[in-house]
Design a protein around this ligand. Structure first.
Ligand SMILES: [Fe+2]
Ligand SMILES: [Fe+2]
Length: 166
């Protein structure tokens, strides 16, 4: 793993400990997000909002011609994590596990709330579902859906790459 990726993770760990440490630039995000998507963004934990705005701003630095859709997807890429309350110890623990492949439909049919590992594995699909059902843009949902496994989706590949830095 690259040194700067490790450094970014250590920095993120420190800021993850308390919601009050987070300083999301919500006004900046609100200028990009239409109302249905802003509602989803606003319901995210402040620490996830801070990460999201950092990813979106870094994306704009590295790719100044980023489309509005791509910036909106960057701001919402981890919105699926809000299905479970933010517990920083759990986030750190889950973050150290390899991402397992889980079948979305099968996992969603379970009665009990999703575990931390399930949310880690499925938050791209969960986020896409929240965006679609909340009245957000279909292409924003699609990019969010693919942000861990972009394959040939260039927009999703940008978010995947910048996500590693923030
Ligand atoms: Fe993610
Ligand atoms: Fe992320």
């Amino acid at each position: 793993m690259q040194f700067r990726v490790l450094l970014a993770r250590a920095n993120r760990l420190f800021r993850a400990m308390r919601q009050e440490f987070a300083k999301p630039d919500d006004a900046w995000a609100a200028a990009y997000l239409p109302e249905p998507e802003l509602r989803i963004y606003t319901s995210m934990d402040a620490r996830d909002r801070e990460h999201a705005t950092r990813v979106a701003k870094r994306l704009l630095q590295l790719k100044p011609d980023s489309s509005q859709i791509l910036i909106r997807a960057a701001l919402l890429h981890d919105c699926g994590k809000q299905v479970r309350p933010y517990r920083w110890t759990e986030r750190v623990w889950a973050g150290l596990q390899p991402i397992r492949h889980l079948d979305f439909e099968t996992t969603m049919q379970k009665k009990q709330p999703l575990t931390a590992l399930e949310v880690r594995a499925l938050h791209p699909q969960l986020g896409a579902m929240l965006i679609r059902s909340g009245g957000g843009e279909a292409r924003v949902a699609e990019i969010v859906d693919r942000h861990h496994h972009p394959l040939d989706d260039a927009d999703a590949a940008w978010i995947h790459a910048v996500d590693e830095l923030e």
